[in-house]
Design a protein around this ligand. Structure first.
Ligand code: GLC
Length: 736
């Protein structure tokens, strides 16, 4: 049997090798036929549809002529089986070398059927769920001619003022890495040439989330150690998961803009990580080397970009207008250009575009796929698991389905647009189930459901308060939907305040005064400083932006058809003055001690987060006990087993995300007070106890030591296991 398996493996490997060799051979065979102009054309990407950035030229773009003359290798923002087929037909029938176009699009959390925003999906702490979500997103997008998505966004964000925190998986590099790999697998599947898989793009490489002040596009500046241990890790996970492309970021890192960063794009990404795919610039990020002040003109920007390792130029015109001259002036080598062309052709081959350029242009499949029953159901399933229960005093939740009357109030109670969240692609708000819709369909005609908007999201008018209070007074319970509009987070959407905008908190105070049971449903793209609500409202549910099935998913949770189990992937501050605030912080030489004045704290604020990283409640109740380690002392390089008992002491079945953190007490450099090293989502029936086991392998303990060697140092460690990053059992071990 063993011999048979070995033989099969050898045959399979040789087929793969032959196939891979075929792709390499085929890439070379095309490359040798290309003129320099045609090579440069492959490096040029334009938006063929709506703009998702500032247009750099006002020239009339004749898409067909650009394709016919080989001046463009890729379009973004062109969708539809019909339109992409039309353009592809020109490429493969009328251009000289018939090289297919690759169509890219921001499928960030859905194509037509919008799924929850990524920070919501990260709140599920379920990588399989993220893989399922991105698999459906790819299926729907690929049916409409999309070959390539500019996702997953894997930027670590420790500053909720930064609007793009909504697009990623939060503040932790371990959780972020797990989610990055899951999304790549979901988008790309097992076969990039299948007609329901699309190339993924890990972005924005790199350090974009460290924008100073949380202001988008702003300077990022951090130590090399922080860069490698925090910001690069999810990108490495995406590369290890086989991501086909990366997108370089707008920001500089310590004086070097990413689009001109050879160390980043070539030494780290290619020499160290062996990345074989291609790098696309962000929108005009090569052109922006001029305002950054490292290029005097577009020609110098083009030279910097191509030499650093940016293969494709999105929308800056730098390459198409300057590379030929740069080659003629011997400032850029043809080899340099060939390498970038090769990388792009390779992905086009891997997508199967040379074999069948129309494989993604199937109008029938497009019609059958978009908003299909399975996909819509999937959006609801993913949405439910993305919800985080922040507070549930006196078990006010779940509400009874026999309730006689409910008031659904607030500016987000019946909004069809906001639940889509930013970057909702080409979705359609008429497909959104609002909270009001969801409550109505949950309770049916039996219940009396009242609705009042109460106020707008950002307005100052309190005129709607009176009717909202009247609705509340007539109801047995109030569902109060508050938060941000979809355009208050996402790109170019930083906020200096993290408070609820407008007069929403005042509305909450008026509703609270009615004395009715109130549940606040939050819809927002970032952590908010909801101190008064957290203090006074008995039940608070964080729903982020959950996509087209928001209302049904929220009603499933509020009325008990789904037991919430989400956990926060980001810290909620009490005040924007605490930012940046994150759980895996350093201890400092004077860690906060309430009994000692000379320690690190704010004198005008409680020195803890409003809600910590990893926090989330359930309708069930879980108790942790019997934390045990396989040994209190191990040799360097040995694994350590960690066990803990988790018991469901409630009468309701539920899921719990058991979290494992480690602290390296003494290192050659300072180490975080704790770091997430593993987690496991377990289902527990009422009264059931499960022993959850983790293995701390050496690679989980590695860090960049004083000499920037990635290594494990002997010494003493703490192990923490629990339900969030604060409520933890702890033990210790040491490494010889
Ligand atoms: C935008 C964004 C990037 C997006 C690209 C194309 O400026 O920064 O995330 O993928 O342009 O739309």
């Amino acid at each position: 049997m063993k011999k048979f398996i070995t033989a099969v493996l050898i045959i399979y490997a040789s087929i793969l090798f032959a196939q891979q060799k075929t792709i390499e051979q085929r890439v070379d065979s095309v490359l040798t036929l290309m003129t320099l102009d045609e090579k440069i054309g492959q490096l040029n990407q334009y938006s063929g549809g709506w703009e998702t950035g500032v247009r750099t030229d006002n020239s009339v773009r004749d898409r067909e002529e650009l394709v016919r003359t080989g001046k463009v290798g890729s379009f973004l923002n062109v969708i539809g089986a019909d339109l992409t087929r039309k353009i592809q037909k020109i490429a493969v029938e009328q251009s000289r070398l018939k090289i297919p176009i690759i169509f890219g699009l921001d499928v960030i959390h859905g194509f037509r059927s919008t799924f929850p925003v990524p920070i919501a999906e990260a709140s599920s702490w379920n990588p399989k769920l993220v893989e399922t979500s991105t698999r459906w997103q790819a299926t729907e997008a690929a049916s409409a001619g999309v070959h390539w998505t500019f996702a997953p966004m894997v930027d670590i964000a420790r500053d909720p003022r930064w609007g793009r925190i909504v697009e990623g998986s939060g503040e932790d590099p371990y959780l972020g890495s797990i989610m990055a790999a899951a999304a790549v697998k979901g988008f790309q599947g097992n076969d990039l040439s299948a007609n329901n898989t699309i190339a993924a793009c890990a972005k924005h490489f790199a350090g974009y989330g460290a924008a100073e002040g949380g202001r988008d596009y702003n300077t990022a500046d951090f130590s090399e150690r922080t860069f490698h241990e925090i910001y690069l890790r999810p990108f490495k996970a995406a590369v290890d998961a086989g991501v086909a492309t990366l997108m370089c970021s707008f920001n500089e890192i310590g004086g070097v803009p990413s689009s001109a960063n050879y160390e980043l794009l070539t030494k780290i990404l290619r020499d160290d990580w062996k990345f074989k795919g291609f790098v696309v610039s962000d929108w005009n990020s090569i052109g922006e080397l001029i305002p950054h002040g490292v290029a005097k003109d577009l020609k110098q920007a083009a030279e910097l970009g191509i030499k650093a390792g940016v293969d494709m130029d999105m929308e800056s015109n730098a390459y198409i207008r300057n590379l030929k001259t740069l080659v003629e002036e011997k400032k850029v080598s043809v080899q340099n250009i060939d390498e970038s062309v090769r990388r792009i052709l390779r992905v086009k081959f891997e997508l199967g575009l040379f074999d069948d350029p129309y494989k993604y242009c199937d109008e029938k499949r497009e019609k059958e796929t978009e908003f299909s029953k399975e996909i819509v159901e999937a959006t609801r399933k993913v949405a439910r698991e993305s919800i985080v229960l922040l507070k549930n005093e006196k078990n006010i939740l779940p509400l009874s389905k026999e309730i006689k009357s409910v008031a659904v109030i607030g500016p987000l109670a019946n909004s069809h647009e906001d639940p889509l969240g930013p970057w909702s692609g080409v979705s359609d708000s008429t497909h959104v189930v609002t909270v009001l819709d969801g409550v109505k369909s949950k309770l049916g005609a039996a219940a009396n459901i009242l609705y009042s908007q109460g106020c707008t999201i950002t307005g100052t008018s309190e005129d709607g308060f009176k009717s909202a209070v009247e609705s509340a007074q007539k109801a047995d319970a109030v569902i109060l939907c508050l938060g941000e509009s979809l355009n208050m987070s996402g790109e170019a959407s930083a906020r200096a305040s993290l408070d609820l905008p407008g007069v929403q908190e005042k509305l909450a105070e008026e509703i609270f005064k009615t004395g009715k049971p109130v549940v606040v449903v939050l819809m927002n793209g970032r952590p908010l400083t909801i101190n008064w609500i957290s203090e006074n409202i008995p039940a608070v549910v964080e729903t982020w932006f959950l996509g087209i099935q928001s209302g049904n998913a929220i009603a499933d949770v509020l009325f008990g058809d789904y037991n919430p189990n989400g956990k926060l992937p980001v810290t909620f501050p009490r005040s924007v003055g605490q930012v940046p605030i994150y759980y895996n912080h350093k201890n400092t030489g004077r860690p906060y001690n309430p009994k000692d004045h000379y320690t690190s704290y704010y004198q005008d604020l409680q020195n803890t987060p409003l809600y910590p990283f990893g926090y989330g409640l359930s309708y069930s109740k879980f108790e942790y006990s019997n934390l045990s380690l396989s040994s209190s002392k191990i040799k360097n390089g040995e694994p350590l087993k960690v066990k803990v008992d988790v018991k469901n002491v409630s009468s309701r079945e539920g899921e719990e995300v058991v979290q494992l953190y480690v602290q390296d007490l003494v290192g050659s450099v300072t180490r975080p007070v704790k770091e997430l090293k593993d987690f496991s989502k377990v289902d527990l029936k009422p009264g059931e106890t499960k022993t959850v086991e983790f293995t701390i392998t050496p690679d989980k303990l590695k860090f960049y030591d004083i000499n920037m060697n990635f290594t494990v140092e002997p010494g003493d460690f703490k192990v923490f296991v629990g339900t969030n990053s604060v409520d933890l059992l702890e033990s210790t071990f040491s490494i010889d």
